[in-house]
Design a protein around this ligand. Structure first.
Ligand code: ATP
Ligand code: PRP
Ligand code: NIO
Length: 484
């Protein structure tokens, strides 16, 4: 899972472009790309950055095997043997800076910046976006669910509905970063050290002649905090009474029933009734798990209805990001080498939001020294010192420049961390527990207004005056070329 061979996990046009550059002798010219998204998913106020660990493994293992090269030769007869030799000798020698997994991130700020030859920067685009977009999307969806479930336990149950195995496993990891407590997927557990949990399926009950027998046999086999699914026939008439009898039996053996699981019907009503029945039977410690196509909206509603649910099992809606199944992250060229000198470059679009911001950029998180809370993100050119030195800063929205304010007494936290420097991995990948803790600390730096599920306040991402002026100048230059 972590050392897969993915050199051909790229779009054919990347190799074609690299080939054409090689033919014209430009493949070793320098380039800078930035990866970012333009719109937050699910109407959320922030996204949770994830995917870096897989990107690091991908880049470290990025080599073309003889089998890959033979396949490429077969696919495109124009590829000359010398070009295939170039690929044979390839390894990533570029520089990559990135947000850290668990960081909150926002539209139109670089999440990852890649500097290197045209060949290496272009080659990694597809896989990098694939990993960043999916994992950031699922971490963000999971974060919305975590916000409404608050202190309840969240179990990730999505594997059977995920878009194949990689999505199940890396999605489980993304959910864990954002505060899920466990996954049902054992491969995710083994690979990343995520706690695993499981109850049982309806088939366990159906296979026996009676529900009571099924519960007792399951409890006998797994007597420590077992969880029983109570809705196979009739939740309140049959499932809960049978679970209570099993719990009493366990008590007589000095053991305890862990929980019951509700998986259909009106989960608010059933959980309230089941809670009452369990309490009246002297089983206040038995928890109630609910599942059945849950997401942040159903959980929010169920809680508002007074549901007595302690543990939420969430599958399909989370792992497929059902209400928005893709994050539209892009990877855009911002600088190119021309006559030995790096210069900014721009992509113009009829849609103002798609015009790129030229020049290689840093992201600074402007944090109030007084409150410790984030005020805005500031995207500036690397040589700009104003914000870094803590000087009075004028913030304005690049799309709506009239939205402006001044800040002082702040700390400017650089968000892009060097990961690879000239091909060398300089970043110690944190373990998953550290990422989860770090994510929580990051969330605490934001006022609740930005974190709420519905109609959150917009957290501003501001371009520096200089970066904004560069953009305007380049737009005008381009437009005047078109007029000529
Ligand atoms: N009290 C409630 N308020 C809002 N939504 C609820 C409530 N109880 C259950 N739900 C949700 O309503 C949906 C019910 O879906 P559906 O009607 O397909 O399930 P079901 O008939 O209860 O069970 P199944 O078809 O899985 O046997 C699920 O998404 C569930 O999470
Ligand atoms: O609903 P999700 O959020 O995806 O959670 C996972 C679901 O998977 C199981 O159902 P199963 O595969 O047996 O199908 P079902 O929908 O008929 O219950 C389980 O009982 C949950 O209902
Ligand atoms: O353990 C469970 O209850 C479970 C696991 C996967 C999917 N649905 C339920």
């Amino acid at each position: 899972m972590l050392s897969e061979h993915l050199a051909l996990h790229t779009d054919k046009y990347q190799i074609n472009m690299i080939y054409a550059h090689w033919i014209h002798g430009s493949h070793n010219r320098k380039a800078v790309f930035e990866a970012y998204f333009r719109k937050l998913p699910f109407g959320n106020g922030y996204a949770v950055f994830a995917g870096l660990e897989r990107i690091v493994h991908y880049i470290r293992n990025l080599r073309f095997t003889e089998k890959d090269l033979a396949y490429l030769a077969e696919q495109e007869e124009n590829y000359k043997p010398e070009f295939l030799q170039l690929l044979r000798d390839f390894s990533f020698r570029g520089t990559l800076l990135s947000l850290k997994e668990g960081d909150l991130c926002f539209p139109n700020e670089p999440l990852i910046r890649v500097e290197g030859t045209i060949m290496e920067t272009q080659l990694i685009e597809t896989a990098l976006l694939n990993f960043m977009n999916f994992q950031t999307l699922i971490a963000t969806k999971a974060s919305r669910i975590k916000r409404v479930a608050e202190n309840d336990v969240l179990l990730e149950f999505g594997s059977r509905r995920a878009q194949e195995a990689d999505a199940a496993v890396w999605g489980a990891r993304a959910a864990y970063i954002s505060g899920f407590d466990a996954t049902s997927n054992l491969l995710a557990g083994e690979t990343f050290g995520i706690p695993t949990k499981g109850t049982h399926a309806h088939s366990w009950v159906q296979i026996f002649d009676s529900e009571q027998e099924a519960f007792e046999l399951y409890a006998k086999a797994l007597p420590d905090y077992v969880s029983l699914l109570v809705d196979t026939f009739d939740t309140l008439e049959s499932g809960v009474p049978h679970a209570i009898r099993t719990a009493k039996q366990l008590e007589s053996e000095g053991k305890r029933l862990g929980s019951i699981r509700l998986d259909s019907g009106d989960l608010a009503y059933l959980s309230v009734q089941a809670r009452k029945m369990l309490d009246e039977a002297g089983l206040p410690y038995v928890k109630i798990v609910a599942s059945n196509d849950l997401d942040e909206n159903t959980i929010f509603n169920l809680k508002a209805q007074g549901a007595k649910i302690d543990v939420w099992g969430v599958g399909t809606q989370l792992i497929t990001a059902a209400d928005q199944p893709a994050l539209g992250g892009v990877y855009k060229l911002v600088e190119r080498e021309r006559n030995g000198v790096m210069e900014p470059t721009i992509k113009i679009s009829g849609n103002p939001e798609k015009v790129t911001s030229p020049g290689k950029k840093d992201v600074l998180r402007i944090v109030s020294k007084e409150s410790g809370k984030a005020i805005a993100d500031y995207v500036c050119l690397p040589h700009e010192e104003q914000a870094r030195s803590g000087g009075k800063l004028r913030l304005f929205d690049p799309v709506h420049p009239y939205l402006k304010k001044s800040v002082k007494d702040y700390e400017a936290v650089p968000m892009l961390e060097p990961i690879f420097v000239e091909g060398e991995l300089v970043y110690d990948l944190p373990d998953l527990e550290e990422i989860r803790t770090y994510h929580q600390a990051q969330l605490n730096m934001f006022w609740p207004e930005y974190l709420r599920k519905l109609n959150p306040e917009i957290y501003r991402v501001n371009l520096s005056q200089e970066a904004w002026e560069l953009k305007q100048k380049m737009i005008e230059e381009r437009m005047s070329h078109l007029d000529e």
